[in-house]
Design a protein around this ligand. Structure first.
Ligand SMILES: O=C(O)CCC(=O)C(=O)O
Ligand SMILES: [Fe+2]
Length: 345
């Protein structure tokens, strides 16, 4: 399919992001009446920043997972030059003309390539954002994005692969630390034996773009959701925009702290921990001065393995609150409008 056929066939398809640059007002399709952020975020306890080299890291992680479902980590071992390159390449992709990005649109039934965020189809209004999802090398899509720039294809793929390698290492480490914080270790998870070089987790990288918005209060960057991962590692550009929900308080902004990465609890850590660590309900908002980007790395269980509360966390006083479920089954059942995983599902 050539450039013009692609752009014609995808026009007016709600699964294809709008050309946001050309919009000076919010179309009705994208207008949200969203609940606002807490009045004075300074009155709220600060979100923990955990130094992974701190000898008390495990107990700090436990507190953060129990109270917030989220933490910022520093001294995580990911070289900052790779993060910088990741940002540059992400902007490079999303700055392409809409018609060019549409050439790398996800094919029917596929999770990978360019398009709206995976949660978008579950909401009645559209989002002020666009995304690109990959697993391993994004070469096939890079060739469609930059057909006449082989060097740019190579640069994009090299940076994305390098970052995924770093994230896979860091996720394995976070998984070990979180298990330890629950009084467990890798022997308790059948597919996770890092000391023997076995980590069968699936890993997905999601680039998110939130173009500058003419009326940010009436638009939504990314609708409230929980992640269908065990844990997620997020890098957000300096303008911030991530918000988390605390029952009884409301939406709290998570500011970008240079050099840190955000780690949040996903639905499958909630299941494995038998609800001790709740998955984080979060959203992203937009602004009228900066084109914001974020990059989320989802650490997901192997799709064919049944996940259930880990045996050592179960006794007469703590019966399992979740039934065994594979990732694939869970995705079929999950509804983002009612996001918390349910007992018996
Ligand atoms: O952009 C953000 O801050 C959040 C991204 C996110 O939650 C996701 O991709 O699942
Ligand atoms: Fe998310």
């Amino acid at each position: 399919m050539n450039y013009s056929t692609v752009s014609h066939s995808l026009k007016n398809n709600p699964m294809v992001p709008l050309d946001f640059k050309s919009l000076h007002t919010i179309p009705d399709s994208h207008e949200w009446n969203k609940s606002i952020v807490v009045d004075d975020p300074n009155t709220i306890e600060p979100i923990p920043i955990i130094d992974l080299t701190d000898p008390n890291a495990v107990s700090l992680i436990k507190q953060a997972c129990e109270k917030w479902g989220l933490m910022l980590i520093i001294n995580h071992g990911v070289p900052m030059n790779i993060v910088k390159e990741l940002e540059l390449q992400t902007y490079e992709l999303f700055s392409l003309p809409s018609e060019r990005k549409a050439c790398a649109h996800r094919s029917e039934g596929s999770l990978f390539g360019y398009g709206v965020h995976r949660v978008a189809p579950f909401f009645p209004k559209l989002l002020w954002s666009e995304g690109f999802t990959m697993l391993g090398s994004p070469l096939e899509h890079a060739a469609k994005l930059w057909p006449h720039q082989p060097d740019q294809q190579t640069n994009f793929c090299t940076v994305m692969e390098e970052y995924q390698k770093e994230m896979k290492k860091l996720s394995g480490k976070m998984m070990e630390l979180m298990l330890e914080s629950l009084g467990l270790d890798s022997d308790d998870v059948e597919w996770f034996k890092p000391k023997m070089g076995i980590d069968r987790a699936q890993c997905m990288l999601q680039l998110n773009s939130y173009p500058t918005c003419p009326d940010p209060d009436r638009a939504m960057g990314l609708a409230p959701h929980t992640d269908s991962s065990i844990l997620t590692i997020l890098h957000q550009s300096s303008s911030g925009g991530l918000q988390i929900h605390e029952d009884g308080i409301g939406w709290i902004p998570v500011n970008a702290v240079p050099g840190s990465l955000v780690v949040n609890v996903g639905d499958f850590m909630d299941i494995l921990s038998n609800g001790k660590y709740k998955s984080l309900y979060h959203r992203a908002v937009v602004n009228n001065t900066h084109h914001r980007i974020s990059v989320a790395f989802f650490y997901v269980p192997p799709s064919d393995v049944k996940n259930e509360p880990l045996k050592k966390l179960i006794d007469d006083d703590n019966p399992p609150i979740y039934s065994p479920v594979t990732w694939a089954e869970y995705l079929q059942k999950k509804s983002y409008l009612d996001v918390k995983p349910k007992q018996g599902t």
